[in-house]
Design a protein around this ligand. Structure first.
Ligand SMILES: Nc1ncnc2c1ncn2[C@@H]1O[C@H](COP(=O)(O)OP(=O)(O)OP(=O)(O)O)[C@@H](O)[C@H]1O
Length: 286
């Protein structure tokens, strides 16, 4: 399901432009969205989910115009949305919660609902915990309940906002594998600060800064943005003033700094191969 966005603007009051004339096409498959805090990612996702109205501009999802009531209704029927903070009901069990959301989505037939909820609990590997109250669930288990509720209506478009924040490494990997499998023949828009989640799952990515698109292309192209700009510096003094420090590791002669900088940040700096995080920093860094 293809998303086409043109001239999209969302202003909060007179001064804050959360989105500022955004043009973007998102194809079928898994697509990553990166950007610093406040870049406009959540605003964009809420507009795509039909929860928020833009100030101006156009959005079509699968050919449906989100500017019209019929368009929004058509999209919402085939959309799954996992917001940053999914409010769950701590006293409900996972099965009861999913049954309740299914009812809200208009799945009136009880046996259909029961079957679908059972299937999804299986998909997110929570069958063994289905009848436990949500208050005792770990962050990862809650996120899996979140993805199950987003998948209830077998959506063609799945929007997920920072889904792996707070998950342990194993849960993160399981979660993103689940998303990748789901993205086969469908569209998944994944917004995150965790660059590695995008490197591991998406072919294409967009980078937002201050409500504007500053990059759209493949993960490899974004990585190549840092070519010739990533350096390793070993020093027992402070890191060089120039560039952005990506990592600092203890070294027998002091510290080894990985630095993104257009020019060598010190005379001893050695060039190194870039990764996606370097490409992102070279593009979005101050
Ligand atoms: N309801 C609101 N009222 C006023 N300003 C808002 C509102 N929601 C968002 N903003 C502002 O709009 C800008 C974009 O916010 P948004 O939440 O879309 O960014 P984001 O990229 O999702 O950030 P984060 O990564 O922190 O979630 C920010 O400057 C934010 O402060």
């Amino acid at each position: 399901m293809r998303i086409e966005i043109s001239g999209l603007t969302k202003a909060y009051g007179q001064k804050v432009f959360a989105l500022d004339g955004l043009d973007l096409v998102v194809p079928t498959g898994m697509f990553g969205l990166l950007g610093a805090n406040g870049a406009g990612k959540t605003t964009l996702m809420r507009i795509l989910a039909g929860i928020l109205r833009p100030s101006s501009g156009q959005v079509t999802v699968g050919g449906h115009d989100m500017g019209t009531g019929t368009g929004r209704t058509a999209v919402q029927r085939t959309l799954g949305y996992l917001p940053q903070d999914l409010g769950v009901y701590p006293d409900l069990t996972a099965r009861q919660f999913l049954d309740y959301v299914a009812l809200l989505k208009g799945m009136d037939d009880r046996s259909v609902r029961r079957r679908r909820v059972g299937e999804l609990l299986e998909v997110v590997a929570l069958t063994a915990h289905a009848d436990r109250r949500l208050r005792g669930f770990s962050g990862g288990m809650r996120q899996r309940v979140g993805i199950a509720q987003a998948l209830l209506a077998d959506p063609q478009l799945l929007i997920v906002d920072e889904p792996t924040a707070g998950l342990d490494p194993e849960e993160r990997i399981r979660f993103r594998t689940l998303l990748s499998q789901f993205a086969d023949r469908r569209t998944v828009l994944l917004s995150t600060h965790i660059v590695d989640d995008i490197a591991q799952t998406c072919r294409e990515v967009a980078v937002l800064a201050k409500g504007k698109l500053i990059f759209r292309g493949t993960v490899d192209e974004l990585t190549r943005r840092a070519e010739g700009r990533v350096w390793s510096v070993v020093t027992d003094g402070p890191p060089p003033a120039e560039g952005t420090v990506v990592s600092a590791l203890p070294h027998e002669n002091g510290m080894r700094y990985r630095i993104v900088s257009p020019t060598a940040p010190s005379p001893q700096a050695q060039p190194v191969e870039p990764g996606l995080e370097d490409g992102y920093l070279a593009t979005a860094g101050r």
